[in-house]
Design a protein around this ligand. Structure first.
Ligand code: HEC
Ligand code: HEC
Ligand code: HEC
Ligand code: HEC
Ligand code: HEC
Ligand code: HEC
Ligand code: HEC
Length: 316
């Protein structure tokens, strides 16, 4: 009997421990990132002047600030800063040569990885390489231009609100197309005013709120959820009936992921095409899911083990 108890206790401690390790790895990374964020997470930073032994306060350059909250909402929240940046950034002042270090590309980590197959990174890269941005601006225009390395989160696949999803997507484009300082980083040309170049479109505000820029500026793509081949402006959709018809293009682009959700049979109600609340609950938090499964296995395993050992011991 004592052995049984010991065994159950041991197995449970072991399970609880391995469960805690998941958290502690993330916590460890958060702790390490905090060393960077104490400067990069704020508008000002401090360091010690070793000559005068005094603390100096200076303001942090705006585009070197990483929003801590958005960082921990992003797809790479489990990373510590030095997973992508050199360990040598731990020293301050940073070595000037560090800025020469090449940045990872998405495909360096995601290419050929089964875990991410559903996103089809290879297909996205191919489309991206054929987009106007790549053709006109070359290597200067990388995936990071649209996917902020510190804040990017999935939206089309996981957003609970249709209008937030559209807003998030369009803000990616507008971060350059309505902001000269980011546009200038990749082009010397003048930045055309979006409101003027789209003045042929009635109800402009409504349209920019109800459809993504991508709807008119890409073709529908079979292999990837979010089409990445931005077409030259001559090929953009201007024809109203592409959308305003019973055979709307939107069925295959903007509303497409609804169909995917439907197919995944998560108890999704068909016909909710134009409502706001359609995917609530369809995109549960996977970490919480895992945790609850672990707890379930833990409890159930413990019970089974207990029952099993009791039966065995009673027979003896
Ligand atoms: C004491 C404050 C401080 C700490 C701590 C700090 N940084 Fe910085 N970092 C700066 C400042 C200020 C700059 C602006 C350019 C410069 O002074 O080198 C900067 C610039 C950078 C740059 C941009 C370099 C470039 O010009 O392209 C990166 C990347 C960076 N830091 C990463 C990190 C990482 C990663 C950590 C943690 C391991 C970290 N920093 C810790 C203050 C800090
Ligand atoms: C998933 C990889 C990744 C992680 C994790 C990451 N970074 Fe970065 N970071 C990048 C890339 C890539 C760039 C360059 C972006 C570009 O070229 O547009 C960058 C740029 C920077 C810059 C320079 C920004 C500028 O415009 O000058 C700073 C500062 C920085 N990172 C700090 C941090 C800090 C602090 C953390 C942790 C809280 C962190 N990074 C985590 C990939 C990452
Ligand atoms: C340094 C390696 C690295 C780079 C560079 C990188 N990723 Fe990731 N990414 C990962 C890892 C590892 C995960 C899984 C993180 C986790 O599960 O906590 C991930 C997660 C993701 C996810 C969420 C996947 C899911 O199913 O939850 C997306 C989407 C994603 N990355 C897109 C990108 C994009 C887009 C880029 C380039 C702009 C990029 N990544 C660059 C390593 C990387
Ligand atoms: C011109 C802007 C732009 C560029 C450049 C860009 N993307 Fe995207 N990407 C988007 C937008 C907008 C979305 C939709 C937002 C979302 O739901 O994640 C998206 C979504 C994604 C997704 C999630 C798709 C899904 O199935 O849920 C992945 C993965 C991705 N991009 C990878 C890449 C890679 C890899 C590159 C470079 C080869 C790249 N992107 C370059 C704008 C861009
Ligand atoms: C209803 C379809 C539609 C939507 C939505 C749309 N566009 Fe356009 N866009 C067009 C068409 C058509 C043109 C070509 C206009 C012309 O040549 O007269 C164009 C032109 C452009 C140009 C080229 C301007 C120039 O003169 O060089 C840019 C940049 C652009 N759009 C960006 C965007 C962005 C960013 C969004 C989202 C905020 C967006 N578009 C939404 C249809 C659309
Ligand atoms: C990093 C900045 C940046 C982002 C983000 C960005 N663009 Fe652009 N885009 C540019 C620049 C710069 C040009 C002008 C290229 C040139 O000079 O030929 C351009 C050109 C265009 C054109 C006109 C192409 C032509 O034929 O002249 C369209 C359409 C366009 N972008 C759509 C988009 C859409 C849609 C998004 C979001 C998915 C987006 N852009 C995101 C910088 C950006
Ligand atoms: C990319 C798809 C797309 C294109 C192209 C498009 N529209 Fe729309 N349009 C929409 C969507 C989505 C709505 C919002 C529907 C809703 O609110 O029910 C909308 C709304 C409208 C409305 C407002 C309807 C209302 O109920 O207030 C008018 C008017 C309109 N569009 C006219 C046009 C005209 C004219 C053109 C061509 C010059 C055009 N649209 C091109 C997708 C499109």
């Amino acid at each position: 009997m004592r052995f049984t108890l010991f065994f159950i206790l041991f197995s449970q401690i072991f399970l609880v421990n391995s469960f805690a390790q998941v958290d502690s790895a993330m916590l460890k990374n958060m702790e390490l990132s905090q060393k960077c964020l104490k400067c990069h997470g704020h508008t000002k930073y401090q360091y010690k002047n070793v000559f005068f032994e005094n603390m100096v306060t200076e303001s942090m350059c705006l585009n070197k600030i990483v929003d801590t909250n958005l960082y921990y909402e992003g797809v790479h929240k489990s990373f510590k800063c030095t997973d992508c940046h050199s360990e040598e950034y731990s020293n301050f002042p940073h070595d000037g040569m560090l800025r020469m270090e090449p940045a990872y590309a998405c495909i360096d980590c995601h290419g050929g990885d089964e875990n991410f197959a559903k996103y089809n990174f290879e297909g996205i890269e191919e489309e991206f390489n054929n987009s106007v941005h790549s053709s006109n601006l070359g290597e200067d225009f990388s995936c990071w231009m649209c996917h902020d390395p510190h804040t990017y989160k999935l939206s089309v696949r996981s957003s609970e609100s249709f209008s937030n999803m559209i807003l998030y997507n369009n803000m990616i484009c507008l971060s350059c197309h309505s902001d000269i300082s980011k546009y200038e980083l990749v082009s010397d040309n003048e930045n055309p005013n979006i409101l003027e170049t789209h003045d042929w479109l009635p109800n402009q505000q409504l349209h920019f709120k109800e459809v993504r820029c991508l709807e008119c500026h890409t073709n529908v793509s079979e292999d990837v959820l979010v089409s990445h081949q931005i077409l030259p402006k001559e090929d953009a959709v201007k024809n109203c009936t592409e959308c305003h018809s019973s055979n709307s293009k939107l069925e295959a682009s903007l509303y497409r992921y609804l169909a995917i959700e439907e197919r995944s049979e998560k108890g999704f109600i068909k016909g909710a095409l134009f409502t706001e609340t359609f995917i609530v609950g369809a995109n549960q938090n996977t970490l919480l899911n895992k945790i609850s499964i672990i707890i379930f296995i833990l409890l159930f395993g413990g019970l089974l083990l207990h029952a099993f050992l009791r039966i065995v011991l009673i027979k003896k």
